[in-house]
Design a protein around this ligand. Structure first.
Ligand code: ATP
Length: 375
């Protein structure tokens, strides 16, 4: 397996720039997710790494070797697509063996490799079966078998679970991650599903309009989003944003919103008077009858383990709170709200970028103690 390093990768299709100067490193053995909404440049990035698309500028290194202008077939990378095309006239064994047969590998070695791949994927019992009768989950396992049997330097996976229904997708997510842990394979995985990325990735690059907005471990990105875009994209329900206007001195620990002073982790640098956003995740909102921050309950959604309560604040924002099922909230109730000050994010409304607070410094200390999380 090998490290993948991408430097200042840029790609335009006529007037349209799909990928804008992206740089990142996928460490040897890492499970790396390219995450973002449709059209943000994930697949184009993946295709450039695999050699299926030539970059306009920039460099790609695979295991330290510059492969920017190498043909796809010379890169020793295996690709797994969403629409896995299995050969219907071949059985499972023949489908998995296909890339090795094409390489002219000796039959005994092919047999040994195919059977090892089948054991890894727990599909030994299917080897002599026709692919036409397989479930979509098993078909995807066969497609994975065809990729792993090659023992490539790295795997590129483009929404490989996108064609599966929800139940299979969840199961395959777990299987893919387990498979990755067993093989220790450097993997670049494209998805638009933040839950998939959060549950599988060691590191995520979150993309927006061809730009990598943030690079980091899932927890780091969730807890310390670098921008409003990232904060909004990660998490369901999404983060709440409460707008306010203020100048904040260095070390400020509260935000003046209407008549309330909402708690903050200490602001690292003074903020000149401007429009800001107070960012709070639904799980960090609670009911506080005495609070000066007032709202009205618009609706409640019972989810068994919690309830999602939608609220209209006195300032005109709509918030969502993830509350205990026993929390007393009925449609039309006036309520006071409090927020977990240690978990707040603060953003500049004009640029959409996060403003650094003591929370970032604490989290940086924690993550550097665990190992390098930045790409
Ligand atoms: P999706 O999941 O929808 O494919 P994505 O993030 O993977 O989204 P890309 O497939 O990388 O996005 O496409 C990024 C942008 O580049 C899109 O607007 C797409 O229309 C455009 N694009 C991709 N390939 C080409 C091409 N060959 N010619 C012209 N435009 C292209």
């Amino acid at each position: 397996m090998a490290e993948i390093r991408v430097q200042q990768l840029h790609k335009a299709f006529a007037e349209f720039t799909a990928v804008k100067n992206s740089s990142f490193t996928v460490n040897d053995g890492e499970f790396f997710c390219l995450l973002g909404p449709s059209g943000c440049g994930k697949t184009t990035t993946l295709r450039m790494i695999a050699g299926l698309e030539l970059p306009g500028s920039g460099e790609i290194f695979l295991g330290g070797e510059d492969v920017t202008f190498k043909r796809a077939s010379a890169r020793d990378i295996a690709f797994v697509f969403q629409m896995f095309a299995l050969y219907p006239h071949m059985n499972v064994r023949q489908n998995i063996a296909f890339p090795l047969v094409s390489q002219g590998m000796p039959r005994a070695e092919i047999k040994q490799r195919v059977e090892a791949a089948a054991r890894t994927l727990q599909i030994t019992g299917l080897l002599e079966k026709s692919v036409s009768g397989l479930t979509s989950g098993d078909r995807q396992r066969v497609a994975l078998g065809r990729a792993i049997v090659r023992q490539p330097l790295a795997f590129m996976m483009d929404e490989p679970l996108g064609a599966l229904d929800a139940e299979f997708r969840e199961m395959m997510c777990e299987e893919l991650r387990n498979l990755h842990d067993r093989l220790g394979a450097t993997t670049v995985y494209v998805t638009h599903d933040q839950r998939e990325a959060m549950s599988m990735a060691d590191k995520i690059a979150i993309m927006n309009q061809g730009v990598i907005e943030q690079l980091g471990a899932p927890q780091e990105i969730y807890e310390r989003p670098a921008s409003v875009f990232v904060a909004d994209f990660m998490g369901s329900p999404a983060m709440n944003f409460i707008p306010f206007e203020a100048a904040l001195p260095r070390g400020a620990t509260s935000a003046p919103v209407g008549v309330a002073a909402l708690g903050l982790p200490a602001v690292c640098e003074a903020v000149a008077a401007r429009s800001l956003l107070y960012g709070v995740r639904p799980e960090h909102v609670r009911l506080a009858p005495e609070s000066a921050f007032r709202a009205e309950v618009l609706s409640t959604e019972y989810l068994g383990t919690c309830q999602i309560v939608t609220l209209a604040t006195a300032q005109g924002s709509t918030l969502r709170a993830k509350l205990d099922v026993n929390a007393a909230a009925q449609r039309g109730d006036p309520v006071g709200l409090a927020f977990d000050a240690s978990q707040i994010s603060l953003f500049d409304q004009a640029s959409g970028r996060a403003i650094r607070t003591a929370r970032d410094d604490i989290a940086v200390g924690r993550s550097s103690a665990r190992g390098a999380l930045h790409g």
